[in-house]
Design a protein around this ligand. Structure first.
Ligand SMILES: Nc1nc2c(ncn2[C@@H]2O[C@H](COP(=O)(O)OP(=O)(O)OP(=O)(O)O)[C@@H](O)[C@H]2O)c(=O)[nH]1
Ligand SMILES: [Mg+2]
Length: 314
């Protein structure tokens, strides 16, 4: 079927464009493990990406993110949209993904070709998790998934990372969990487009919702949408999907801008990894360490000097 003149990237582009689950799974595995094929996969993916709505879902451990994502997947399928889900868990990537997969299976999406779930392994991610997540998102996007949902456990940094990765940022909150002050501290109020108070079947949900809405009001017109759900009772899911769609209504140019943002993150991530590697085996490292020890240079000055050397090819 494939002639000898066809490039690997063109073959992958064709495989991804077909949108099948097997091809998508193989492509992600190649990217994740940086196999010989990964370059061609990424070339194909980056050429095709820029159509999916990318939704980031973050929040404290146990807030109900996975249960909520699974419920939303059901609602998105009812709306005829294909979905890719990526579970990013820096602490336990396998159990996190498996749990999410279990929940989606429980909802009867196991045999549904319109749902594709994957977890991101944390090994070998020198430039941080975000660039790797971006690459997988691009592959799902390229494979024609209408919506790509990325679940990350919110532990400070990942909320910030998700801000660059997603087109729409959803922060999941559990009732009573520190309310507004805690949210402000976590930086959640700056990055959220939608704040969900999940477990609305528990006491305090309304008070928490009010506190978060008040705490986010300083953003004025750009304040996040705040709403309540009960993922286990399937309450408020429709409104949540609607709010995300509303926020995600975008032109083709906006989607392309999202893909370009993810590409920039990937390049910067790789550059950071390369610089770290070059710095770690640089001949001047010993002298710089000695200078820092003597007090002649600060750590930052030594690092800047090393970077300048690497930059100059030294
Ligand atoms: N009462 C109640 N419990 C819920 C609700 N949603 C989720 N849970 C429960 O909360 C627990 C954690 O749910 P998960 O969906 O795994 O939460 P998570 O935020 O994905 O957790 P991590 O990925 O480990 O950070 C489970 O026992 C869920 O059944 C809800 O709406 N109401
Ligand atoms: Mg989870």
């Amino acid at each position: 079927m494939t002639g000898p003149s066809r490039t690997d990237a063109a073959r992958w582009a064709e495989a991804l464009a077909r949108g099948g689950r097997a091809g998508l799974a193989r492509a992600i595995t190649a990217v994740e493990n940086a196999t010989a094929e990964s370059r061609a996969v990424l070339q194909a993916a980056h050429g095709l990406a820029g159509r999916a709505l990318v939704v980031g879902v973050t929040g404290a451990p146990g807030a109900g993110k996975s249960t909520l994502v699974a419920a939303c997947v059901g609602e998105l399928r009812r709306r005829g949209l294909s979905v890719g889900v990526l579970a990013v868990d820096p602490s336990s990537p396998f159990t996190g993904g498996a749990l999410l997969g279990d929940r989606i299976r429980m909802l009867g999406h196991a045999g549904d070709g319109g749902v594709f779930v994957r977890s991101l392994a944390s090994r070998g991610q020198l430039g941080g998790l975000a660039p790797s997540a971006c690459a997988v998102v691009d592959v799902m996007d390229a494979a024609g998934r209408d919506v790509v949902v990325v679940e990350t456990v919110g532990v400070g940094q990942s909320e910030i990372e998700i801000a660059g990765l997603a087109d729409v940022r959803v922060v999941v909150w559990a009732p009573g969990a520190g309310d507004g002050v805690q949210a402000a501290k976590a930086g959640v109020l700056e990055i959220a487009d939608v704040i969900v108070v999940n477990k609305a079947d528990l006491p305090q949900a309304a008070a928490t919702e009010a506190a978060l809405r008040g705490a986010a009001s300083w953003r004025g017109a750009s304040a996040p949408t705040v709403l309540r759900t009960s993922a286990t009772r399937h309450e408020g899911i429709d409104a949540l999907v609607e709010a995300v769609s509303e926020r995600g209504r975008a032109t083709a140019a906006d989607r392309a801008a999202g893909a370009e943002r993810r590409l920039r993150l990937q390049i910067a991530g790789r550059a950071a990894a390369m610089a770290a590697e070059a710095a770690g085996r640089h001949a001047r490292l010993r002298d710089l360490a000695a200078a820092v020890r003597r007090g002649g240079l600060s750590l930052d000055e030594a690092a800047a000097s090393l970077l300048a050397d690497i930059d100059g090819g030294g």
